[in-house]
Design a protein around this ligand. Sequence first.
Ligand code: HC1
Ligand code: SF4
Length: 569
Amino acid sequence: MVNLIIDNVEVEVKEGTSIMDAAKFAGVDIPRLCFLKDLNEIGACRICIVELEGTNKLITSCNNKVEDGMVIRTNSPRVRKARRTNIEFILANHDFKCATCVRSGNCSLQDMANSMSIFNMPFEVKYEKKAWNKDFPLQKSFEKCIKCMRCIQVCNKVQSLGIWDVVNSGYRTSVDVSWNRTIEQADCSLCGQCITHCPVGALTVRNDIDKVYRAMEDPSIVTVVQVAPAVRTAWAERLNIDEKDASTNLMVAALKKIGFDYVFDTNFSADLTIMEEATEFLNKFTAGPMEFPMFTSCCPGWVRFIKSQYPDLVKYLSTAKSPQQMFGTIAKTYYAKLLNINPKKIFCVSIMPCTAKKHEADIPSINDSEAPKDVDVVITTRGLEKMIRSENIKFDMLEEEAFDMPLGIGSGAGAIFGATGGVMEAALRSAYYFVTGKDPEPDAFKSVRGQKGWRESTFDIEGNTVRVAVASGLKNARRLIEALLRKEVSYDFVEIMACPGGCSGGGGQPIKDGQELAEKRAKKLYDIDKKMALRYSHENPSIIKVYDDYLGVPNSKLAHKLLHTDHEM
Ligand code: HC1
Ligand code: SF4
C-alpha cells in the first residue's frame, strides 16, 4: 500500500493507483477533459494537473502514479492558474459558438470554462476550418476539435477500425481520417462510438429533424413513428424527469404531443424479425452440419463492418432485414392497405439509439415497398430529446398513452433486442417452440446475458446441441471471427452488435461524458421483459395476425420479398 496526502487528507491506496483515482479517496474529483478510464490516460489536455509539494512541479494526475509520502494539492493557486491557462489555450483554437452547437449544455469544455469564470479570452482565437460532406451520417467540425484523442482511441481500441489519426505537427496538429482517406473511403462502421466519447461538439450525427417537421406540416401526409427497444431506457436521461416516471408510455405521450399521427413500437417488428430469422436458422441448422455459423443481421454497424472487413463472410449473414427496415416495409404495405392509403403518403420516422441506422435506411436494396424509401428519416435518441425540448412539454401535466394498434404490440423478447445477447435469447425462445411445439421457460437461455465482450453457450433443443456465441464491440467481433477462421471455435448461431453492450450503449444514445451506461439501460430492458405477460415473439397477437392476413408463414415467398435482403448496396 502507498500512503500520501491529498488536499490535507491522508489516504492509503494500492501501489500503481493513479493520483486521479487516489484523489477520489480524499473526496476530490479532479477536473479532466481528455481522460477516459482504461482508454485514454495520456494527459493530453493537461487539465488534470496537480501540484506536487516540495518539487515545484505540476504533474498530470491521470497518468502519474502515487508514491509513498507524496503531498499533493489539487486546487492550489498555481494549479488553478495553470489549469485556467490550459483551458484558454484550448479555447484559442476552438470555435466557441455555443448557442448553435449541438452539444451546448452538454459540453465538458463549456462546463469547465464556465466553472473557471473564463468570460474573456486573453488570446486571439484561430481555428482550423475544413470541409466535410454534410450528407454523411457522421459529421466532424474541425473547428471544434480539441485534439483530446478520445475518438482515435475508442475507434482503435474498442472498434479495431482506426478511422481517426493525428495528422500534421506543431501548431498545425489536427485529428482527421487516417491514411489520407476521406471519410467515405474509410471503413467507418458508423457505430457512433467516437461521437458518444467526444467531450465537445466536434463529432456529431447528421441532423434530420427538420425533415420530420416538414412532413408533419403537410396535411396530405400521415406521419408514423417507430421507437427502438433501447430508446425507452434512455430517452429522459437528460430531461428533467424523475427516472421512475420516465415510462415508455410517457414517451409515447410526448411523441403524440410532438404531432406524430401514429406511434408504433419497433418491438413489434423485432418480433417479426425473430419469426423470420429463427425460421431461417432452423432451416440451415436442420439441413446438416453448418460449415460456418449464421450471423445476426439487425445491427447496421456490424453489417457495414463485415462488408468492409470480411466480404467473403457476408453470405453467412441472416437475410432477415433489421426490425427498423421490416417495420418500414410493413408500414408501407400491410398497414397502408389497412389505412387504405397510398404508401407514398406515409412518412415513416424511426427513433433509434443508433447512428448507423441513418445509413441503413438509405441502402437502396433494403427498400421493398412502392414508396421511394420504407423508412424516410431516422432520428437518434438525442434527436428525440431535442424535439421534446423544443415542444416545451410540462411532463407533470402529461398523461401516459399506449402505443397505437396494431403495430404497437411487442413482446418481452422484442424488448431485449436492445441489450447485447437479447436477439439470440429472443430467437432461441421461438426456435425452441418451432421445433418442439412447446414454449421453453422464458429465461431458459439467459446464460447469453452479460456485458463481457464475447460470450458463448450451448443449448439442447430436442436432443440437438445448438452452439451459440454473442459479441458486442467490433474488436470483440473481429476476435471472434478470427478464431472462427482459425477453426479454434465453432458455433451454429452468432449475434453481433457493433456497440459495446448492444443498442443500449448505441452511438445515438444520450451522452453523459465519461460514463458507460449500457449495462444500466440493459437492466431496464430485462425488467420490462420480466414484467410482461407476452414474452415470446411467436405469441404476439399482431404478429400472428400479420401472417394470417398478409404474409402467410415465416419465410414465405411474400415474406422473402418484403422482409429479407441480399445485403447488396
Ligand atoms: Fe437496436 Fe434493433 S435492437 S438494432 O440495437 O435489431 O438501433 O434498440 O432498434 O432495427 O428492434 C438499434 C435498439 C433496434 C433494429 C430492434
Ligand atoms: Fe470509428 Fe465508429 Fe467513429 Fe466510425 S463511427 S470512426 S467506426 S468509432
